[in-house]
Design a protein around this ligand. Structure first.
Ligand code: EPU
Length: 337
């Protein structure tokens, strides 16, 4: 029996804590239920919700919201060095990372404390501290909302890029990811310590040969010091993507500013959006309950009762300031509805 709730508040189901209502709401815990819903409704009548961590809701949702709450972790294959885990979409990302650390399965430690669920992690190829989801991704399975067929996507099929995949582009809204399979190490872990802050904190703690647990702990320390906990202060992580500019644009800006940047293999430059916003003196800037986080300017926060529109207006103000100062257009990383 599918339990349909009417006029359901989504406040606790989006990490910005925006109080909008779903016309109808269904939480699915089994793949069969998901298929039944897809048979019963047209895809255009549905709004699929995962962990609610990468979205800004600006209005009530006049559709049936389907909360993908599938749970379970199973071993699909194992050898001396590796384990392949198949994880259901509704598993919380960070709890899954902690499960891996406890069992000494390596690969995801740098991705500790990222909000959201496993099922939405491939959509934007989540990444942090020198590691991206794609580095440990084996395949995912997803239901085509039109044909109801289950399709298996291997790594190449997903066309992963910086905060990008086919699920955000050519297949946008066409698939619901039901489970993701990861290939993780059981020994000889491939540690990524190259990201500056990780080394510094390991040195401070006097750790020379870190375990995956040490790295996870360090990442948790760094993230907690800069990024607000959505349970305490509504937010959606990085609100904007780090923009990429041409070498010519870069050289022009370098004459005026002491830029922070990452050179790319293409010859272009990636500029940290947080630094750009910070340079516009907007760290801690507040419009009512919508604000720029005090410790990391790339994160917008809800101090309590901001509406989605309040956050969106603040985002537009930031985009205008950054554009006027640097001639750079910031693009949102979060999905805006
Ligand atoms: N910076 C400032 N002021 C700020 C914020 C940043 O000057 O207010 C400077 C920092 O000093 C640093 C540079 O900008 O030199 C980059 O900052 P940081 O290392 O904090 O990383 P980021 O580029 O702002 C990205 C990801 C984060 C991820 C971190 C660590 C994007 C859009 N964001 O942030 O991802 O955790 O690197 O790998 O790529 C997320 O996607 O939600 C997210 C939090």
């Amino acid at each position: 029996m599918i339990n349909i709730k009417k006029d359901f508040s989504l406040k606790t189901l989006n990490t910005f804590g925006i109080d909008v209502k779903a016309k109808q709401f269904i939480s699915v815990t089994k793949q069969d239920e998901l298929l039944e819903i897809l048979r019963r409704f047209y895809a255009s009548e549905l709004f699929i919700l995962g962990g609610g961590s990468n979205m800004l809701l600006t209005k009530d949702i006049n559709k049936t919201v389907v909360h993908v709450n599938l749970k379970g972790i199973e071993t699909v294959q194992e050898d001396e060095n590796h384990i392949w885990l198949n994880v259901q979409a509704g598993e919380n990302w960070h709890e899954f990372v902690l499960y891996c650390i406890e069992n000494n399965y390596g690969g995801l430690e740098n991705l500790s404390l990222i909000p959201g669920n496993v099922g939405t992690s491939p959509i934007q190829n989540i990444g942090a501290y020198g590691v991206e989801l794609k580095d440990n991704f084996e395949f995912c399975e997803a239901i085509n909302v039109q044909t109801l067929n289950t399709v298996k996507f291997n790594k190449a099929d997903c066309e992963f890029g910086y905060r990008q995949s086919v699920f955000k582009n050519k297949y946008k809204s066409q698939f619901i990811i039901t489970n993701v399979c990861f290939k993780l190490t059981k020994r000889k872990h491939n540690l990524h310590l190259d990201y500056g802050a990780i080394k510094t904190v390991l040195d401070q703690k006097n750790i020379q040969n870190p375990s995956i647990k040490d790295i996870s702990d360090v990442v948790i320390d760094i993230r907690s010091s800069k990024l607000p906990n959505p349970k305490e202060l509504g937010n959606s992580g990085s609100f904007f993507k780090n923009p990429i500019i041409s070498a010519q644009h870069f050289e022009q800006l370098q004459q005026k500013f002491d830029l922070k940047y990452y050179p790319l293999a293409s010859g272009d430059y990636k500029i940290p959006a947080g630094w750009l916003i910070d340079q516009c003196q907007l760290k801690g800037y507040r419009q009512g309950d919508a604000a720029v986080h005090k410790q990391q300017a790339l994160v917008l926060v809800n101090h309590g009762n901001a509406s989605g529109h309040d956050i969106l207006n603040l985002a537009k103000y930031i985009q205008a300031q950054v554009f006027n100062t640097f001639n750079i257009k910031l693009e949102p990383e979060v999905n805006i509805y």
